[in-house]
Design a protein around this ligand. Structure first.
Ligand SMILES: [Zn+2]
Length: 593
């Protein structure tokens, strides 16, 4: 089938007709506001029997499905038109519903904790709970490992001003930072985000000048950022101590449903394979006429070779290449294009970035992005189609079996992206274009294996030291630079000691350790991709079965069951790294003088 004249705006009316004016949408929000009160009452007055528990869980799941459909829809309205005030008002109303529903969840946790072990075993083994037994068990274990309900709810209440507030305050300060740089004889005032974009500017002087001013800005705010980070880490450490948790990584690992051995095996495998990526950085330095790269050169472009593709061509290209390894994903993507599930139009007033969202009650997904024809747009489109396919294979499962952790969330998207990225390299029309595409892949590997590794090393050590008191600005800089030197194997001439201040991820309070799940996701997907290439399109059945279990088990079990692999051992991780290394090898051959 030839994909042509595709619509580039998405179809939303079949979910709720009429956008933010939709009567059906407003009625649905009203319903949710009332229903959450009903559920709160039910969970408070709950009398445990197997049947009543089954009924409550099923009501909570169907409520979640409806609420998440509504929430996703309102999110789509705001993304397509950031000035849609009506939609923003509706989002505000939904936020109150989410908060009230999270209290229903806490009341449920209380129920789960109080049930005796025997009763519990009996209830979760009911056939109706087959798909969600893991989630229920997990909820119960996590609730039991915490303090009592009243202490935990006190912590939650105090966290608003004593913990999350540090993160909000950090955002506020960062938002005010202005970086003044002279570019081409003109003074420019840059926000933090704009300054970071300059690190991929082709002109080294622009990169260097911006970096110097950037560091100066963080140095000015250093005391403030250090206080913020010390308090966030202090708060977290203190809670862990009271819960009797000795390891800082306990919570991040539990959230990602993985074992510490797995994380260690992954980093050890990466550490043992750094040489090839150092060679890439050295070659890049040579191509840029430098002895060694500095921090601000790592993302510099080597050339401007950039072929553009139309939207129709991209859709055709993606579907065609999906078909060679994943025919079902190809069929699904074709359907998504034809049904108008993608909002791709390049117009003003849209939110930046890309995402994939789902309407569980409709068993449909939508993709959002702004498509202007660059290779990076094509890979974003493939990436989001991967996410959409993941949701699609989960659509028949109960809601509580469809929530997967951050580390496996990017499995399908990265897999889809890898297929398209490889095809793009193979199909490159000129040597220059091929080099640019390979360099793009190599840059990603450096980000996952070196930059994120540095973040992980820093964060682990910082949390450990924080147990003995606050860390000064100088100490934080020292720890950061040490971590970067180690993670980059000394490949750079200059590092970024203030990275602990400039990286927002260290200040996210909702999720601890916002770093290793990225590297995990990338390599987990690479390992699967390596298998798919070995086995061909027949692998897809196994792949789908794996995706269907992402919300139902720990990652070690997931890999064992579907790939027959023990991910607590280095072998699996080495395979994924090998793929990334092969790209670098090719890059080195093509750029040899
Ligand atoms: Zn993604």
């Amino acid at each position: 089938m030839v994909l042509q004249d595709l619509r580039q705006t998405w179809e939303l009316d079949s979910v709720f007709p009429g956008g933010s004016e939709s009567k059906e949408l407003i009625a649905e929000i009203k319903w949710a506001e009332e229903e959450v009160k009903v559920l709160a009452k039910k969970s408070e007055e709950f009398n445990f029997t197997n049947e009543s528990f089954l009924k409550l869980i099923s009501e909570m799941q169907s409520f979640s499905e409806r609420l998440s459909t509504t929430g996703a829809f309102v999110g789509c309205l705001i993304a397509q038109d950031v000035k849609d005030k009506k939609a923003m008002g509706l989002r505000g109303r939904l936020e109150s519903v989410y908060a009230a529903f999270s209290n229903v969840g806490s009341a449920l946790d209380k129920q789960l904790m109080e049930i005796s072990e025997d009763t519990w075993k009996d209830v979760v083994s009911m056939p109706e709970f087959k798909d969600i037994a893991f989630t229920l068990n997990e909820r119960r274990t996590q609730a039991k490992e915490k303090l009592g309900i009243s202490e935990e709810s006190l912590i939650n209440d105090l966290a608003v001003d004593g913990y999350h507030a540090w993160s909000t305050l950090y955002d506020l300060v960062v938002g005010k930072i202005n970086i003044k740089v002279e570019i081409d004889g003109k003074e420019e005032e840059l926000s933090v985000g704009q300054a970071e974009n300059k690190f991929s500017n082709p002109d080294r002087k622009v990169r260097k000048d911006t970096f110097e001013k950037f560091v100066e800005a963080w140095d000015n705010e250093g005391e403030f950022c250090a206080a913020s980070l010390n308090h966030i880490a202090g708060f977290r450490n203190e809670i862990y101590k009271h819960r009797g948790w000795k390891e800082t990584l306990k919570e991040p690992l539990a959230i990602n449903r993985m074992k510490e051995e797995t994380l260690t095996a992954m980093w050890d495998a990466i550490s043992s394979q750094k040489d090839i990526f150092v060679k890439y950085l050295d070659r890049k330095a040579e191509l840029l006429g430098l002895e060694k790269l500095s921090w601000y050169d790592v993302d510099a472009p080597l050339s401007s070779a950039n072929s553009k593709m139309s939207y129709d061509e991209s859709a055709q290209f993606i579907v065609e290449h999906f078909r060679s390894l994943a025919p079902k994903m190809a069929d699904f993507s074709e359907k998504a294009f034809l049904k108008g599930w993608v909002e791709a139009e390049d117009r003003a007033g849209k939110r930046p970035g890309g995402f994939c969202t789902g309407f569980p009650t409709k068993k449909e997904t939508r993709i959002f992005m702004t498509f202007s024809g660059t290779p990076s747009n094509v890979s974003t489109l493939a990436h989001e189609l991967g996410h959409a396919f993941h949701s699609d294979v989960l659509k028949e499962l109960p809601y509580y079996a469809t929530n997967y952790a951050m580390n496996v969330a990017e499995t399908a998207s990265t897999f889809a992206e890898m297929i398209v990225a490889d095809a793009a390299v193979t199909n490159a029309k000129t040597k220059e274009e091929k080099i640019a595409l390979l360099e793009d892949k190599a840059q990603r590997s450096v980000a996952f294996f070196m930059n994120i590794h540095a973040r992980f090393l820093f964060e682990t050590r910082m949390y450990e030291e924080r147990k003995d008191g606050q860390l000064s600005v100088e100490r934080l800089c020292e720890l950061m630079e040490e971590a970067q030197k180690e993670a980059f194997n000394g490949a750079l001439a200059e590092y970024h000691p203030y990275f602990w201040a400039s990286k927002l991820h260290f200040y996210i309070t909702d999720v601890p350790f916002y770093n290793f799940p990225y590297t995990f996701g990338y390599l987990f997907s690479a390992g699967i991709y390596a298998k798919a290439k070995e086995e061909g399109p027949s692998f897809e059945e196994k792949y789908i079965a794996l995706l269907q279990d992402t919300g139902k088990m720990e990652v070690e079990e997931l890999a064992q069951k579907h790939l027959g692999i023990d991910i607590t051992k280095q072998d699996f991780w080495l395979k994924g790294i090998e793929l990334a290394a092969a790209d670098v090898e090719e890059f080195l051959v093509l750029t040899q003088k």
